[in-house]
Ligand binder design. Sequence first.
Ligand SMILES: Cc1cc2nc3c(=O)[nH]c(=O)nc-3n(C[C@H](O)[C@H](O)[C@H](O)COP(=O)(O)OP(=O)(O)OC[C@H]3O[C@@H](n4cnc5c(N)ncnc54)[C@H](O)[C@@H]3O)c2cc1C
Length: 376
Amino acid sequence: MNFQLTEEQQLIEQSARDFAKEFLDPIAVQLDYTGEFPKAVIAELANHDFLGLHLPAEAGGAGAGFVSYVAVIESLSRSSAAVTSIINNQAMASYAIQTWGSDAQKKQYVRAFIKGETIGAFAVCENGPTTGIGPDALNATKTEDGYVLKGTKAYVRNAGEAGVYVVFAVTDAADPNALTAFVVDASAAGLKVGPRLNTMGLKGCPVAHVVFDDVKVPETAVLGSLKAGREIATRVLALASVAEAAQTVGIGQAAVEHAAAYAKQRVQFGKPIATLQAIQTLLAEAATDCYLARLALRAAAQLVEDGKPFEAEAAIVKSFLARLGSKILVDSCQVEGGMGFSESMPLPRLFRDIAGTTLLDSPADFPDYAIAASIA
Ligand SMILES: Cc1cc2nc3c(=O)[nH]c(=O)nc-3n(C[C@H](O)[C@H](O)[C@H](O)COP(=O)(O)OP(=O)(O)OC[C@H]3O[C@@H](n4cnc5c(N)ncnc54)[C@H](O)[C@@H]3O)c2cc1C
């Protein structure tokens, strides 16, 4: 297996790095401070074709493939994982509609996502023990001409900014495991976005509960077929695991690079701390962790691109990085000593962001560890 990016993939990766330098680096600190949704950046992402990278050309996307998508997410996450959290959740919605949607659904939403005119949100998680079970579970009751949705989706990214939500609901009370996916316009009467969570990191990517208070949707709002929701959610969450692992690698790489640069200029005992073997060991191990994580990430992304089974490998990279990501940050912080602990340096933000990327989208009923263990 070749782990190197092709020439075309390298060009795409470089364009993401250039984009990050021009549009993300100048706002990353401010975004973290204000938590304001970065509308102007979303428009620029669309102008640079980053919102349709994963979608086929016939849908209006760039048809760049999943390896390129993951390389772009990693590159942008070096500067702002808040922005890539918005992109990933939007990509989950656009991929789901492009893959399982009717012609009318694709026509209505997919190009609008790619152009950045509509933000998408993908909402599986609920407050209960598992999606579909518990007092807040989203239920869809059949009416003559459609469904009435009642319940709450928890911790929805892009909530409040999204024009459309892909949600999963129980359509048969006797079979709560069999979820059905629905595409719901944000303007639907009864859809209420709760207060925005004051999250620890990834600030700028809004997260809130979304309440469906007897929301009426037409029959055409069903995505795919009735009771196909679990299959859709499982596949999209597996793809998201790879993309979220890419965020973690990007944040980790940014932390190592910053710590290495700091170590070269911080002088103690008359010489830069980068000359001390203990510091070199910390940096070398963190750089090694990033390198190996990237190989695992590319292997999983290549399986996706080749149309091969990838679910176990996706779970492996996500759960592996959940452990490794925080270690890279701890080691990088150690290198920077007291100064690295200061909010005037980037490591605290990266630390808080990596805690978020390892938590995203790991519902108890779609457990990464259990899927990863299935390969053993
Ligand atoms: C920043 C952020 C953004 C998110 N965005 C989205 C989104 O856009 N869409 C969406 O659908 N969801 C989203 N989520 C929700 C995310 O998927 C859930 O937070 C995650 O699934 C965990 O569920 P929970 O918060 O209810 O944790 P809980 O289920 O309460 O888990 C708490 C702890 O208990 C452990 N635990 C739970 N059950 C078991 C068990 N049976 N055995 C052993 N241990 C167990 C968990 O591993 C965890 O350590 C987001 C979360 C975050 C933090």
